[in-house]
Design a protein around this ligand. Structure first.
Ligand SMILES: [Zn+2]
Ligand SMILES: [Zn+2]
Length: 168
């Protein structure tokens, strides 16, 4: 058998569909549990982010809604929907890019979330860790500080961009 460079499998489409479904199912479960309402505006914003699978700014969302419905929504309606989605842990905000990302993991608001952001292609991977949660709690306790939002943004190269860079 000759050593051959096998292109990485591309189950991305199936994965994306699964992520979309899991995001929407999480949202519905959560709203049922909490007695919150997934209004059409909130649902539309979440659907756009879940479908996109990468971070989008508020104005990109407005454009997408305008293309889909033929009407430009008011920015305030987008921000209101985002506030609700952020509060309920259905969406995360990437401060460094002022962009929003649907969460398919049902992360709780107080859970630390690590974003691995690719500088080349913009892909964002979300990760979390119990050990990190504990460490942050210890860090906070030592400083007499109560952490709320716990988002870490780490920039670098994703695997496929790293491979591409190595191949050049
Ligand atoms: Zn998340
Ligand atoms: Zn990349």
């Amino acid at each position: 058998m000759t050593a051959q460079r096998v292109p990485p499998p591309r189950p991305r489409k199936a994965q994306a569909v699964a992520a979309f479904r899991s995001t929407m199912a999480n949202a519905e479960d959560l709203c049922r549990r909490e007695g919150a309402k997934l209004t059409p505006a909130r649902r539309r914003v979440l659907e756009i982010l879940a479908e996109e699978g990468r971070p989008l700014g508020a104005y990109d969302m407005i454009e997408k809604i305008a293309v889909a419905t033929g009407k430009h929504p008011a920015p305030i309606s987008i921000y209101r929907a985002l506030d609700f989605l952020l509060e309920n842990g259905l969406v995360h905000r990437l401060a460094s890019r002022n962009a929003f990302l649907a969460c398919a993991h049902g992360h709780k608001h107080e859970e630390p979330v690590v974003f691995l952001i690719c500088e080349a292609c913009g892909a964002v991977t979300e990760a979390t860790s119990k050990a990190l949660h504990r460490e942050i709690a210890v860090l906070g306790a030592e400083s007499g500080f109560v952490p709320h939002s716990q988002v870490l943004e780490i920039t670098g190269l994703c695997r496929s961009c790293e491979d591409r860079a190595a191949a050049v």
